[in-house]
Design a protein around this ligand. Structure first.
Ligand code: CAA
Length: 380
């Protein structure tokens, strides 16, 4: 067993760390205030290869492994979780979904552009009445021979207004339940496909979240991903990888908050000494660091499972469940260590605390992760 990172992994981590510090940090508070999508920064992340991290270079990707992906996600998320969710969705829900389950024509046409950042992708599973209960899809895709007609509503879609390509899950044959569901590639601008207003969110305010409407949207048959009826499995397998990305995001939010709290506690004085010398603060730092290290090991283990070709449904759910809990609990502690300054935007920790909450909700709530983990334990 070897817990050290390779030289290549260290280089990748340091490149992401440098990008986060020099490019993401300067405007992060302003983007959060204004709910501003980091358009220019997304382009730069595409140039650096961060939008197609694990994609085969023959499709324009960076050809890196899942361990590299989580290292990049952690570093970006320490500073700007809005930027990192854009990266996560494009990489693990859209690029991975197409690379693993799309056909050669779909990869040539879409993946090559998504992996380089020329296109941005969105993953459309959630609906007003099908969030956690993802099999209850109300959006329909009626088979008309050479095309499908899509009707329905999708909610809380990351990159919703900014994407060029949308992977849309819809019900084709209700009698077949989850085996009657399909996944489709829908291009922005398709007639009948409308983007609703942007959501005003608690956290990750720089990311672009929308409701989408599909009114008699004609989608050619060649845009269906995989065999007829394979859409639910496609969504579940893709989400397992997505959960590794969100677990890494939660880890980054927690470690970013911890680093700020440690620095602050070594500078701020009270009762005649730096506050880190008071046991009340020192023990908080010890708890934070210990839990973050444990979360890091779980995130790395899930990424390693993916790289080894092992089943990662359970390890990704465990990593997300634990890392998101650590992120929520310890961003609150980071605010507490900062005292009054923690409540002020310029110290960053209040934003990290707000950003942490979504990691317990999207790509499967913590309660859903427990369903996935427990079912997997019972099956083993
Ligand atoms: N791999 C392969 N197949 C799977 C699978 C997996 N990981 N998980 C389920 N399946 C299969 C099952 O084996 C079953 O097939 P059979 O009928 O042949 O046995 C079928 O799919 C249906 O599965 P279940 O019976 O387990 O379905 P369920 O209704 O009990 O729900 C669930 C399962 C795990 C709760 C699922 O609904 C779920 O994951 N819900 C959460 C959805 C979610 O994560 N949404 C996030 C939205 S995306 C997002 O947030 C993106 C963003 O923009 C940031």
């Amino acid at each position: 067993m070897d817990f050290s990172l390779s030289e290549e992994h260290i280089m990748i981590r340091d490149a992401a760390r440098d990008f986060a510090k020099t490019e993401l940090l300067p405007g992060v508070i302003d983007r959060d205030n204004k709910q501003e999508f980091p358009q220019e920064l997304v382009k730069k992340m595409g140039d650096l290869g961060f939008l197609g991290i694990m994609v085969d270079p023959k499709y324009g990707g960076s050809g890196m492994d899942a361990v590299s992906y989580v290292l990049i996600m952690e570093e970006l998320s320490k500073v700007d979780a809005s930027a990192s969710v854009i990266v996560s969705v494009n990489n693990s829900l859209v690029c991975y979904g197409l690379e693993a389950y799309g056909n050669e024509e779909q990869k040539e046409k879409y993946l090559t552009k998504l992996a380089t950042g020329e296109f941005l992708g969105a993953f459309c599973l959630s609906e007003p009445e099908a969030g956690s209960d993802a099999t209850s899809q109300r959006t329909t895709a009626i088979n008309k021979g050479d095309h499908y007609i899509l009707n329905g509503t999708k909610n809380w879609i990351t990159n919703g207004g900014r994407a060029d390509v949308y992977l849309v899950i819809a019900q084709t044959d209700r009698d077949k339940g989850s085996h009657g569901i399909n996944a489709f590639i829908v291009e922005k601008g398709t007639k009948g496909f409308d983007i609703g207003p942007k959501e005003d969110k608690l956290g990750i305010r720089g990311s672009d979240t929308h409701t989408l409407q599909f009114n008699d949207v004609k989608v050619p048959k060649e845009n269906r991903i995989g065999a007829n009826g394979s859409g639910f499995r496609f969504a579940m397998k893709t989400l397992s990888g997505g959960r590794i990305g969100i677990a890494a995001q939660a880890l980054g939010i927690a470690s970013g908050a911890y680093e700020l709290a440690l620095k602050y506690s070594k500078e701020r004085k009270a009762f005649g000494t730096e506050i880190c010398n008071h046991q009340a603060i020192a023990f908080k730092l010890a708890d934070m660091y210990t839990d973050i290290e444990a979360a890091r090991m779980m995130v790395m283990k899930a990424a390693w499972d993916k790289d080894q070709g092992n089943n990662y449904d359970k390890s990704s759910a465990m990593a997300k469940l634990y890392a998101s809990k650590v992120a929520m609990e310890h961003t609150v502690e980071a605010v507490q260590i900062h005292g009054g300054n923690g409540f002020v935007k310029e110290y960053h920790v209040e934003r990290l605390m707000r950003d942490a909450k979504i990691t317990q909700i999207y790509e499967g709530t913590s309660e859903i992760q427990k369903i996935v983990i427990s079912r997997s334990l019972i099956k083993e």
